[in-house]
Design a protein around this ligand. Structure first.
Ligand SMILES: Cc1ncc(COP(=O)(O)O)c(C=O)c1O
Length: 455
């Protein structure tokens, strides 16, 4: 590749496409010199295809977002139809797509969420949630948890507990976020044991609210996603709801990853019958065909803004091209009964993953809900010591789980690896035979982690 003056216009070789991409674009969350992107040219169903024609089974739905799989004809048609009808109009106008989606949302969201703000990402939806919570309560602080990811902008990275925040400490992050311990019964951060603990991690959070003062909201991923698919015990979320009510603090459910059938319910909070004051989602809302995020609030919060200035908005808010495919996505989910399918196939996937544990000394825990699972990898099952740490991640050190994922890719399966675990979340349309193939590949590649135990 030569300099930018000779950028070719005609078809490029794969090597050129990769090299130009690296030269002209940023790769996210990494040292740039370590970025070596695959040239992807096609995707269909649960597979995507590279420029050499090799197909990969997608065991993590890209970024846990391609829930319907790729090239769903109904969603594609909705995009075409909307482009022909009304590709853009400023968000101050009413549109058919907007009202159609909003009315459908009333059917699928947890009860009580009746007013909607549409964004173009999960990050922006969280930004809206924080601003709404602060405007509505007149208070400032947001309690988040250490094992969390809420987005990449100043406020949402400020609310993020995981090490992606560290590089922005403190200069590049919004202020007013404080961190509580996560709920993690495998490795409890406050060294308790469930159920004798009585959900002490929630008590600790209440202690924080009492001692911080000025707390507007608590934000939780109902099942923590990227940071390990941490499923709370059944008492946690109802207890958190009570705590928030007792202190006049809003409860924000970040369902960017857990929404849209991923956990075997339309929304993860449905598992516990807990109603958040604000629910944020994105990703699966359009099965990632177009960028859409949603910040949904209760009628009570909405009522407040009848007589108070709603100080928020975007040019692309409620963009018609993002809303029409969301309508089609919901209809497709209903037609294919994907929420129940996630529950059923999730049981099958869980059994298959649990069957790996006795074979691999490197597996610490298998956990999940619906079609949302993690394998936590350890170098010692007794001490639960991980192969890699958060510090390794920010130091750019290649993790053992990344080596396993690299080997799986060679064998035709793509999986998300993060620090010392895998996030296993195939498209909700997945077939049993596809899971058999992918878990067989995982089984083989885990030999790399088993061998790394004594290194
Ligand atoms: C729980 C959660 N919240 C927020 C976000 C940010 O969403 P986006 O990447 O669409 O901005 C993510 C992204 O992975 C997420 O998993």
């Amino acid at each position: 590749m030569s300099d930018t003056a000779t950028i070719p216009n005609a078809a490029m070789t794969t090597q050129e496409v990769v090299e130009w991409t690296k030269k002209l674009n940023y790769g996210t969350w990494k040292y740039q010199k370590s970025w070596n992107p695959m040239h992807v040219v096609d995707a269909e169903g649960c597979y995507f295809t590279d420029a050499n024609g090799k197909r990969y089974f997608d065991l993590s739905s890209q970024l846990m977002c391609s829930n319907l799989g790729h090239k769903n004809p109904a969603v594609i048609q909705a995009i075409v139809d909307q482009a022909q009808k009304l590709p853009y109009i400023l968000p101050g106008y009413a549109t058919d797509a907007r009202v159609e989606l909003s009315r459908l949302l009333l059917d699928v969201l947890p009860e009580g969420l009746t007013k909607f703000f549409f964004t173009t990402s999960g990050t922006e939806a969280n930004e809206a949630a924080f601003k709404i919570a602060r405007m509505y309560t007149g208070k400032t602080k947001i309690v988040a948890r250490y094992r969390s990811y809420h987005g990449s902008t100043m406020a949402s990275i400020g609310a993020t507990g995981d090490p992606r925040r560290w590089a922005m400490e403190p200069r590049g992050k919004g202020q007013g976020f404080v961190f509580a311990p996560e709920v993690n019964c495998y490795k409890c951060p406050i060294k308790h044991t469930y159920p004798e603990c009585g959900i002490a991690c929630a008590d600790y959070l209440e202690h924080m609210i009492r001692n911080e003062s000025d707390v507007a909201a608590v934000i939780v991923e109902p099942v923590v996603g990227t940071n390990g698919v941490l499923v709370p015990p059944k008492e946690y979320m109802p207890k958190l709801r009570e705590i928030c009510d007792r202190h006049g603090v809003l409860l924000i459910a970040d369902e960017v990853m857990t929404g849209w059938g991923r956990t075997g319910a339309w929304f993860c909070m449905d598992h516990w019958g807990v109603k958040p004051d604000i629910l944020v989602t994105a990703k699966g809302i359009t099965s990632a065909y177009v960028p859409l995020g949603l910040c949904a609030t209760t009628g009570k919060i909405a009522e407040y803004f009848e007589d108070h200035f709603f100080a928020h908005g975007h040019t692309y808010e409620a963009h018609p091209m993002t809303l029409a495919p969301a309508v089609a996505t919901i209809h497709e989910m209903q037609r294919l009964d994907l929420v129940n399918r996630s529950k059923e196939m999730g049981k099958y996937l869980g059994e298959k993953l649990n069957a790996l544990k006795p074979k691999h000394p490197s597996i610490g825990e298998v956990r999940g809900l619906g079609l949302f699972w993690a394998l936590e990898m350890v170098k010692d099952q007794q001490t639960k010591a991980p192969f890699n740490t958060m510090q390794d991640k920010v130091d750019g050190k290649m993790a053992v789980v990344e080596k396993v994922a690299g080997d799986m890719l060679k064998r035709g399966v793509a999986v998300q690896a993060w620090i010392s675990h895998f996030v296993i979340a195939p498209p909700l349309i997945v077939e049993k035979s596809e899971l058999d193939f992918a878990i067989d590949v995982l089984d083989q590649s885990l030999a790399i982690a088993d061998a790394a135990i004594n290194t």
